[in-house]
Design a protein around this ligand. Structure first.
Ligand code: IPM
Ligand code: MG
Length: 404
């Protein structure tokens, strides 16, 4: 069949709009907005969003742990918790909005948020095809750095993924076009500014935490323009960090390397475009013990949102098992939040307690069903552990034992 000029024109117009939006976004990125210094805020407002499915359960459990750990700060008015309702699939579907306006306004009144998983509609699941709330929040608050640590101290694994969080296939993931009945096209967006800021964040983190290497992950041999740009920017940014080496990997072989037990401990900090980061951080989380164990920080210059890596597990709710959902992932995100807002010591303790309770000691085991503990029992275990004055030596002895 000959090309349909009308269809092509429609697609060109559609593409033109996307280009204008993305060029405007670049201009916004170019304005340096500085960073919020949370230690200067009183109070730091922590918004808590339950989300969908098992979200409200595991988030409430984490909030209980955090409120306990920050009890003095809450009392003295340094920290304030605020519950944000309405980021539910029912409300979002009713308003046909990824994030309803009033909910977004409330989120913006908080400095940071702790968020349970929110349901992401997919083709044929009965919900209207609204954009993912996660993705919308990342874009609305410009949370460009998705930081996902994976730690297995006894195996010498200490990875931190810096997943770009606003671009790539996600930037206009809902704005693809069916040019004709047979031709669907999506668009991938990578910008110089967007790449610079995530790669710089990765190097800065490496420098701050005494790491020596950053690995850049792309598929630049095939996706030459956009991944090529990411790689070029990396070479430029690396020049500002003379003490840190960097190397480039392709996403396919990196996926294999993560399960190469002889080599994987060599990786330290990884920076990568959004979709590769999405995929590989699930793999990495699985290596650590499952997506239920991994936390995720979405960081921007003025806001930050902390969440689980996994979804809302509607099946667990349907089968009446929500109370057996493991709160570790949100708790892990909570530990990252503590570090981010200036409570590094408490954050570190919570990380350690999560390692001890979830990976080593396992006095309370979660199975996701009534053969194991409830989230609340795990929360209690976590609170006891985190307050134990011998926590650090307990942690060290487990790591030493396993390493032997
Ligand atoms: C994640 C999730 C989200 C993503 C989904 C829920 C939109 O998989 O945070 O990794 O794709 O980014
Ligand atoms: Mg994911």
């Amino acid at each position: 069949m000959a090309a349909d000029p009308q269809a092509i024109n429609r697609a060109k117009e559609h593409f033109g709009v996307i280009l204008e939006q993305q060029l405007a976004r670049i201009e916004r990125m170019k304005q340096d907005k500085g960073w919020t210094d949370y230690t200067k805020l009183k109070p730091v407002v922590i918004g808590v969003i339950g989300g969908d499915g098992i979200g409200p359960m595991i988030t409430a459990e984490t909030q209980r742990v955090l409120e306990y750990l920050l009890r003095n700060e809450v009392k003295s008015g340094k920290v304030k918790f605020r519950t944000i309702n309405g980021l539910t699939i029912e409300n979002r579907a009713a308003q046909l909005k990824a994030i309803p306006d009033d909910v977004l306004a409330e989120i913006k009144q908080c400095n940071v948020t702790l968020k349970g998983p929110t349901h992401t509609p997919e083709q044929g699941d009965g919900w209207p095809n609204i954009e993912s709330a996660n993705v919308a929040m990342r874009k609305e608050l410009d949370l460009f750095a998705n930081v996902r640590p994976v730690r297995m101290p006894d195996q010498n694994i200490d990875w931190t993924f810096f997943r770009e969080n606003t671009e790539d296939m996600y930037a206009v993931g809902s704005q693809g076009i069916n040019v004709t009945e047979d031709l669907g096209i999506d668009f991938r967006v990578i910008t110089t500014q967007g790449s610079e800021r995530i790669i710089d964040a990765a190097f800065a983190h490496a420098k701050k935490t005494g790491k020596t290497k950053v690995s850049i992950v792309t598929k630049a041999n095939i996706i030459k323009t956009t991944d090529g740009k990411f790689l070029d920017v990396a070479a430029k940014v690396a020049k500002n960090y003379p003490g840190i080496t960097w190397d480039g990997w392709y996403i396919d072989i990196m996926t294999a390397m993560l399960i190469n037990e002889a080599r994987r401990h060599e990786f330290q900090v990884m920076a990568l475009p959004n979709l590769y980061g999405d995929i590989i951080t699930d793999e990495a989380a699985q290596i650590q013990g499952g997506v239920g164990t991994a936390g995720s920080a979405n960081i921007g210059q003025h806001y930050a949102m902390f969440e689980a890596v996994h979804g809302d597990a509607p099946r667990m709710v349907k089968e009446g098992r929500a109370q057996y959902a493991d709160p570790s992932s949100v708790a892990r995100a909570g530990a990252m939040m503590l570090e981010h807002i200036g409570y590094a010591e408490i954050g570190k303790k919570l990380h350690m307690a999560l390692d001890v309770c979830g990976q080593y000691e396992k006095k309370v085991v979660m199975t996701g069903r009534n053969t194991g503990a409830t989230g609340q029992q795990f929360g209690d275990y976590l609170m006891q552990t985190v307050e134990d004055p011998t926590l650090e030596s307990r942690f060290n002895s487990y790591v030493a034992k396993k390493t032997k």
